[in-house]
Design a protein around this ligand. Structure first.
Ligand code: GLU
Length: 437
């Protein structure tokens, strides 16, 4: 029986076999007067039997019809995969940075069978993808999860916070966490509250393009993250990502103030209501803008309890309380991203009162993101306050959600949780305007 190569039809398999092409081979395909060079991909279920699929240098796949007059040849064979690589040598005098991998695009490869991106890289592959990072510190690491960040939940945050504390208490000078970008801001907020006054830098980093793409932002983001750990002198939880589209500037964001503001651009992450804590260029030159806490000696402790019956709702005109009553009456904590200064309609105010009377803590934030909530300006705001809700200045809705989970689980009662919500604990809120918006 004929062997099918990468799901190709028998005639294309024969052709590929005759020229020695295999998964990962770089081919030159000439057909119908055009020529294309790229990596051989598996046959796509939706393509015709006479189509060869290759991945171009740009990262895009093209299907090319192979006819009588077509020519296909191998330009390069894939490099053999080295198993059990020796760990990088430790260099005296360099700081020790722990790399904890959790998944996401930064640790992903294209799965050749489907063309989809999946988390797959080992920690040493990840570290080897950024040689400049290896030059700045001794990197050791562990893979904690291998998941896309949309699948993260409070249990993952708890496990991650405990792992970070363990790495620091075992002597790490800083911890870099590779993470999917979708929910990176939530994890950064969770670690910020769970790790409290952590004495070292904890930097979460991701990528918008996987490492096997020429345009990947993974190596440069990783390098910038390690450089900030090594040279920043600041303790706390941060997110490091591209500041601009090019590979030459990187922003260090405070973990409770950062948001993914674009689905795909490399500069998707922005600090909201504050300036980034630092900027780095491609050579590692750094401009610190935050006062922040300095690196200190001492142990890290993780307070990881979280109240899972906490919800985050976005207000919209016409929001019908009957659709949310069940959820609100079952939740100990409710964050609402209200309109403008933190408003909802009159029907929702009645439900807020019912939830507060039921013992829940209701926290108002603003879906504007920029600026502060203020429930003292309009009658609506004052009615929300009288219903029993509180407002949390310029805190991001998702940071408020994570903080509320943490505050409810770590306080003795609702009043204490309310006090924690109104007190800045990890740079998450301020009544001073620090950026001109
Ligand atoms: N949705 C995936 C995640 O957040 C991939 C996106 C990314 O890593 O940029 O893990």
């Amino acid at each position: 029986m004929k062997v099918s190569i990468m799901s190709y039809s028998s005639s294309l398999s024969e052709l590929l076999e005759s020229i020695g092409a295999k998964e990962g081979s770089k081919l030159l395909v000439e057909s119908e007067g055009r020529s294309f060079a790229g990596i051989l991909m598996p046959h796509h279920d939706f393509s015709g039997e006479d189509i060869i699929v290759i991945k171009l240098k740009s990262g895009y796949n093209v299907g090319i019809r192979i006819g009588q007059d077509s020519a296909v040849k191998v330009l390069e064979h894939p490099e053999p995969k080295v198993k059990n690589k020796a760990p990088a040598e430790r260099k005296e005098g360099l700081p020790n940075i722990s790399l904890i991998a959790t998944g996401g695009t930064i640790a992903s490869n294209v799965e050749y069978r489907t063309g989809a991106v999946r988390p797959a890289l080992s920690v040493s592959d990840l570290a080897d993808s950024a040689p400049e990072m290896r030059g700045a510190a001794n990197i050791s690491g562990r893979a904690l999860f291998s998941i896309f960040s949309e699948n993260m939940n409070a249990e993952h945050w708890q496990e991650l916070a405990a792992a970070v504390a363990e790495e620091i208490n075992n002597g790490a000078d800083g911890v870099v966490i590779s993470h999917g970008t979708d929910t990176m801001g939530y994890t950064a907020a969770a670690l910020s509250f769970m790790l409290g006054d952590v004495p070292k830098p904890v930097v979460i980093v991701g990528a918008q393009r996987s490492t096997d793409r020429p345009s990947s932002d993974a190596p440069s983001n990783l390098t910038a993250a390690v450089r900030f750990c090594v040279k920043g002198g600041k303790a706390g939880v941060f997110v490091v990502m591209h500041e601009a589209l090019g590979d030459d500037s990187f922003a260090v964001h405070i973990g409770t103030r950062v948001r993914k503001m674009h689905t795909s651009r490399r500069d998707a992450f922005q600090s909201i209501n504050v300036r980034p804590a630092a900027l780095l260029d491609k050579d590692g030159n750094m401009k610190l803008t935050s006062e922040g806490r300095n690196i200190a000696s001492g142990k890290a402790a993780a307070r990881t309890k979280m109240e899972r019956s906490t919800i985050l709702l976005q207000y919209y005109p016409g929001m019908d309380p009957s659709l949310f009553e069940n959820a609100m009456m079952k939740s100990k904590g409710i964050v609402i991203a209200g309109s403008g200064l933190g408003h909802v309609n009159e029907e929702m105010i009645r439900l807020i009162k019912k939830a507060c009377d039921n013992g829940s803590l209701v926290v108002m934030t603003s879906q504007c993101l920029g600026g502060r909530t203020n429930l003292n300006v309009y009658k609506t705001g004052r009615d929300i306050l009288s219903a029993g809700a509180i407002a949390v200045l310029d805190m991001l809705p998702e940071t408020a959600y994570v903080k509320l989970m943490w505050a409810l689980a770590n306080a003795d009662n609702v009043d204490e949780a309310k006090r924690l919500m109104m007190t800045p604990l990890a740079g998450e809120m301020s009544d001073r305007r620090s950026v001109d918006v």
